[in-house]
Design a binder for this molecule. Structure first.
Ligand code: MF3
Ligand code: CO
Length: 251
């Protein structure tokens, strides 16, 4: 239950794993348009990951049946790709993807608008992303883990959005989900000290309405209970001596 401090060698491997998933996201982002199915996204993502000689880490994770999580509108995360689920103009779609490179995981998520979307949806997407960057202002030595959580909450709550509390960020390494859990809402304690060599996935999941969620019958898809849109933004980061390195963004 300890937060692992990665060696230089491990960091190199995680860095490469993360660089590759960033490339996958860049390619997937280009294909988002009305008329494609969520399965089209999954299939291209799976092909790209395997093309790099890597393994999609979500596939079969606790029985999850696909390589890319594709979550549309009120779906928060863990949507299951389906050839009959077609993207329409005005939808928003969250893509969550990860891979294993030489035994090391990466994990990242982006939310896109499909064609022209409402100003409200664009703002939700933008502020969800911004909340990640607010959070990681505290992702360095001298601060503690939940300083990140508190910063995300403080930033995003002022818009009246709902923070999803049932899911959290996490450590990333030889496992997709390592300690610690990283909530996106205010904590009473400040949590463990941040130290160089920690690799963490910070992933605010933000609802336009309330933060309450429920699980669909498929046992995977997490949806906003009130049916309003939800956005997700995630990067795997490295704690260093100074500013954090955002491993799943291309330089
Ligand atoms: N990025 C997702 C998370 O941290 C990974 C989901 S894997 C799945 O929860 F298999 F559960 F979809
Ligand atoms: Co994650």
């Amino acid at each position: 239950m300890a937060i692992l401090i990665k060696s230089e060698r491990e960091i190199e491997l995680i860095r490469e794993s993360c660089r590759l998933i960033a490339l996958v996201h860049e390619e997937l982002g280009k294909m988002i348009r009305p008329g494609i199915s969520t399965k089209d996204i999954n299939d291209y993502g799976d092909e790209l990951i395997r093309g790099y000689g890597c393994i999609p880490n979500f596939l079969n994770y606790n029985g999850y049946p696909a390589s890319i999580c594709v979550s549309v509108n009120e779906e928060v995360v863990h949507g299951i790709p389906n050839e009959h689920r077609i993207l329409h103009e005005g939808d928003i779609v969250s893509l969550d993807a990860g891979l294993i490179y030489k035994g090391y995981h990466s994990d990242a998520a982006r939310t896109y608008g499909v064609g022209k979307i409402s100003a409200e949806c664009q703002k939700l997407i933008d502020e969800t992303r911004n909340s990640f960057f607010e959070g990681i202002k505290y992702a360095k030595p001298g601060y503690r883990l939940f300083d990140i959580s508190n910063a995300i909450d403080e930033y995003i709550s002022k818009f009246g959005y709902g923070i999803v509390r049932d899911l959290t960020g996490h450590g990333v390494g030889t496992q997709l989900h390592e300690d610690p859990q990283i909530p996106n809402f205010k904590q009473i304690r400040r949590g463990p000290k941040l130290q160089p060599g920690m690799t963490l996935a910070i992933e605010p999941m933000i609802n336009m309405g309330r933060g309450d969620v429920e699980w669909l019958e498929d046992d995977w898809t997490v949806v906003a209970e009130d049916g309003l849109p939800s956005a997700h933004y995630e990067n795997t980061i490295l704690i260093t001596d100074g500013e954090p390195e955002i491993l799943t963004l291309l330089g």
